[in-house]
Design a protein around this ligand. Structure first.
Ligand SMILES: [Zn+2]
Length: 131
């Protein structure tokens, strides 16, 4: 990788620099929509992309579970509100939810079966079915 197999001259066919492999940077010949010079480079690229996507999904799921656990603790302790700062310190991420609903006054978020809204200083649980 990183080696330059091109000659640095313009591509005589089109008058522009030839497209290069996204992985190793070799000039690409043939179809104009090619992205890789070989199956090997395509696999390297796709494996990396898949790993990154899987990691993002795992991080998101882990945060969702943390959010759910913290909201469940509020339910278990009979609290309808909790200081936002305390939840954030415990790992709560307000940007991580399973759905959201906008009402006239508030935006409610759903974390699986629990609904909450994020105020300026408090996170409030929704304790009835009225949206
Ligand atoms: Zn390549």
């Amino acid at each position: 990788m990183g080696e330059d197999y091109g000659n640095g001259k313009m591509d005589s066919r089109s008058g522009t620099q030839p497209a290069r492999c996204l992985v190793c940077g070799r000039p690409l010949a043939g179809r104009t929509d090619k992205k890789f010079c070989s199956d090997r480079c395509r696999n390297i690229y796709n494996n990396g992309r898949y790993r990154r996507q899987r990691k993002r999904l795992c991080d998101f799921n882990r945060t969702l579970v943390t959010n759910y656990y913290l909201l469940r603790q509020m339910v278990a302790s009979g609290k309808h509100s909790c200081p936002k700062a305390a939840l954030l310190r415990s790992g709560f991420d307000p940007k991580c939810f399973t759905a959201s609903v906008e009402t006239v006054f508030f935006r409610w978020y759903r974390c699986f079966d629990l609904r909450y809204r994020v105020g300026r200083k408090f996170v409030h649980l929704k304790d009835d079915e009225n949206y």
